[in-house]
Design a binder for this molecule. Sequence first.
Ligand SMILES: *[C@@H]1O[C@H](CO)[C@@H](O)[C@H](O)[C@H]1NC(C)=O
Ligand SMILES: *[C@@H]1O[C@H](CO)[C@@H](O)[C@H](O)[C@H]1NC(C)=O
Ligand SMILES: *[C@@H]1O[C@H](CO)[C@@H](O)[C@H](O)[C@H]1NC(C)=O
Ligand SMILES: *[C@@H]1O[C@H](CO)[C@@H](O)[C@H](O)[C@H]1NC(C)=O
Length: 307
Amino acid sequence: MMWIYAAFILLLPEVWSLGPGTNLNTSANFNDSSIGGDVVRHSAFNEWSDVDLTCSNKTWDETLYVIWTIQLKYKDECKISLDDGGRRVDTCNDGKSLRNTSSDRPYLHIPNFTNGDEGVYKCESVYKGGSVRYEINVAITVPPSISAWFEQEDNKMVAVCKAERGKPAANIYWRHAGNLSDVKTSSDLDGFFTAESRLEISDKMDTENLSCAISHLFWREEQILVPKPTKGNVPWLYIPAVAVLVFFCAGVLFFAQKKLMILRQCQQSDSSPAKTAPTEDVEEVEPYASYVQRVNSIYNSSADLFT
Ligand SMILES: *[C@@H]1O[C@H](CO)[C@@H](O)[C@H](O)[C@H]1NC(C)=O
Ligand SMILES: *[C@@H]1O[C@H](CO)[C@@H](O)[C@H](O)[C@H]1NC(C)=O
Ligand SMILES: *[C@@H]1O[C@H](CO)[C@@H](O)[C@H](O)[C@H]1NC(C)=O
Ligand SMILES: *[C@@H]1O[C@H](CO)[C@@H](O)[C@H](O)[C@H]1NC(C)=O
């Protein structure tokens, strides 16, 4: 037992710095901790990145088998494993695979990491002379969509800064404002966060250089936004829109009228009353007329009999 722990301690720093999976551009690793012999790690990876998870730094020469037991948030548990005899098991069937590094060390490859790949990835690597077990809590990093604007609220001007559907939640603060404002953070059913900060603008406040800063795990540097007067009741913004609408309606009316005039001209040239009236009459009167004719002929023939 003691030497297994010794192996852990020797191994840990190496595992951290091991090739794939620890690419700082696409992932963030948090401090490892140990629960009952399993090393517990928390990692976050960027949406749509290719993720590589490493279990041990042993090469295939030394390894007897590697098993990954994967508990995804929205799926049943599944396993991916490979042993030294080349026997593979994959009950996940979702594109994840065991691969070798150039130095012949096994790792789990997850292509195009998405929200559905979040979960707990447990691995066990058994090699000649020992074993390691990891429990990696894998989260996704999704940058929020960000926007900032001024709006009217109860006769007051408010600057709003919003970071929508990010993972994890974004942080917002105002620059050059002299006062920090509340940040309201809400979370969706699928675990995405929306953060919104509203800053009341007092009369004395100079809004010339007002901006908000949004920081998020996805970005190295915070994003600076200058609020724009795009939302709320700003009448002069609607004037161009109304003008365009009026022109459009006028155009439609003009063409409609022209069409109507053409139609009328067509009708007038086509339909002299002398032509249309008789055809209608013939259609309506004809069945009656033929009936009368037949009845008359019967009368006539019977009249002939009696005479
Ligand atoms: C990695 O290399 C070993 C030995 O060379 C081989 O048995 C194993 O199948 C390889 N694994 C993969 C995923 O290519
Ligand atoms: C990753 O998956 C998303 C959604 O499933 C897709 O839109 C995107 O094109 C994929 N990216 C790559 C590089 O395959
Ligand atoms: C900040 O705002 C709070 C309440 O909105 C107010 O009480 C406080 O005086 C403000 N501080 C500054 C420095 O403007
Ligand atoms: C706003 O920023 C500009 C350029 O940085 C600076 O010249 C100006 O004095 C600032 N205005 C205020 C009110 O701080």
